[in-house]
Design a binder for this molecule. Structure first.
Ligand code: GUN
Length: 298
């Protein structure tokens, strides 16, 4: 049996970051300031701390200004909203990302709604989600946009393809379905209540797995030749005592013998998220500064 092509998200993301870097330098020359991204982290969730550190580092490497705001776990809703409002008003800030999940006592939706749509580089405000649903230009959530870039790079036109998105989250599943619909795919959103999930997935030319269940999607769910995008990042016990390893939502070894192409974990979708965040920040900066974006390929 032939092996699926490996979709190298790590290399694609590095290339995208390099293009963003070139465009960021051009922006600075025209606008007289750097594009700026503010990241807000509340509390000490270890995974979130790693993401936020990587975001800051890659923002600076791309030639943009990084503003990190680390707040204690017991920050009040009012204080968090006051910070968001300050960032909304700060002309050095083009993009605002409030790292999710927030501690339980905070109302995520109420906080996100306060982010100015002009600075909503996460694409999570009602304005951004509404514009995506309406097919209007706007800022789109980073992970699904990264998945779409990988799919178009691999397949060219997606028109008419059967796409099954497993997962209906605000961050990935729902916007992914909207993006695929905008590319004229026939889109199914499957989720925890879907009946006969393997049969639904077997229809798909394109599978996007974003459920957060380690290796749930099996080889015999995959239509031969399908393109499989695995958004899952799950830490599971490794063979060696006391060690862990990362796996996706897809049984990679099994699916690789059936699929036409597949993203690995790690090194697939993961690196795309921050690269697209930097891209979104630069797009927002151009709009906020009234400067034309020359590289339409971004
Ligand atoms: N937590 C995990 N992924 C994301 C993301 O893309 N945006 C935000 N704000 N929080 C996250």
């Amino acid at each position: 049996m032939s092996q699926a092509a490996v979709i190298d998200g790590k290399a694609f993301a590095a290339d995208l970051r390099a293009r963003v870097g070139v465009a960021a330098a051009a922006f600075e020359a025209k606008a007289g300031r750097k594009a700026g991204l503010a990241v807000v982290l509340v509390g000490e969730d270890p995974a979130s701390q790693v993401y936020v550190r990587n975001k800051g580092k890659q923002t600076v490497e791309a030639g943009m200004a990084s503003f990190e705001h680390k707040l204690p776990a017991d920050t009040t809703q009012a204080d968090l909203i006051a910070l968001v409002e300050r960032l909304n008003a700060d002309p050095a800030v083009d993009g605002i990302l409030v790292q999710l999940p927030l501690p339980k006592h905070l109302d995520e939706q109420a906080v996100v709604e306060r982010i100015s749509p002009n600075k909503d580089v996460d694409g999570l405000t009602p304005t951004s989600t509404g514009r995506l649903a309406l097919g209007l230009p706007g800022l789109v959530p980073c992970t699904p946009l990264g998945c779409l870039m990988l799919l178009k790079d691999r397949l060219g036109s997606l028109s008419g393809k059967e796409a099954v998105v497993i997962g209906r989250s605000i961050l990935v599943g729902k916007p992914m379905a909207q993006l695929l619909l905008a590319e004229s795919c026939t889109v199914t959103i499957a989720h925890s209540r879907t009946q006969n999930l393997p049969d639904v997935v077997r229809r798909a030319d394109i599978v996007v797995a974003a459920v957060g269940r380690p290796e749930m999607v099996k080889a015999d769910w995959i239509k031969p030749g399908a393109t499989v995008i695995d958004v899952g990042i799950n830490r599971v016990p490794a063979a060696e005592e006391g060690k862990t390893r990362l796996v996706g939502d897809v049984d990679y070894a099994g699916a690789s013998s059936v699929a036409g192409a597949i993203t690995p974990v790690p090194g697939g979708v993961g690196p795309m998220t921050i690269a697209v965040l930097l891209r979104n920040t630069l797009v927002a900066a151009h709009r906020n500064a009234g400067v034309a974006l020359e590289d339409q390929a971004l």
